[in-house]
Design a protein around this ligand. Sequence first.
Ligand code: PGA
Length: 256
Amino acid sequence: MRTPVIAGNWKMNLLSGDAVALASALNSALTDASAVEVIVCPVFTVLAAVSQALKGGRVAVGGQNCYHDASGAFTGEISPQMLHDAGCTWTIVGHSERRQLFGEADALLNRKLKFALASGLNVMFCVGETLDERKGGMMETVLRQQVSEGLSGLTEAEFANTVIAYEPVWAIGTGVTATPEQAQDAHAFVRGLVRGQFGATVSDGLRIQYGGSVKPDNAADLLSRPDVDGALVGGASLNAEGFAAIVRAGVSAATR
Ligand code: PGA
């Protein structure tokens, strides 16, 4: 049984007061969620404060992005070492907003992924097709490319610290969720790609999160599918009660 991993991607939201208040509320609400792994990914400026608020609790902290070098003349970037210094044990790499709005392509994301892993962080690596790609029958081609280039060269040991987030771009922030069947199909396809490239031991152990308009009322159904091993939650993670309800859906799925 793969332990579900439920992460909140706060995106570019929350100033320090609200971020710490949300973290503290989650810390109190999630004391009994040991059957799942829970992570929040705040903006860089509040990472240290949120890490402090969550210290000793069940919720880990992650960055939303990071660069493939430890330090140097890379204005505006942040390194895995800096994320770690601010209390992070995780980072997201390759979110579709990074791919689409900031032009991050598979080769760059592969470098980021490998450097973050080599620097001791765990990584949620995002893949997913756009609506045009899905409608044009390109979903499998797009996922194949993102998996084969994005994960290229990863070792079996590195996979232990890697989670894939399948996030269909058409479902992100739109209120349109993939149906549990669509999510299951895509997850099974991604797992099959990983099996083909890296073998059964890696693919059987790999956790694949679903992301895209996950809410308290659809989480249980999504998480009940055999290849859906967690959720990467955007909008609904900004509300402590809503996110806690999604985590509890993960606990129910894990302890079923
Ligand atoms: P959403 O975002 O839950 O607001 O759709 C998910 C994500 O972008 O990770």
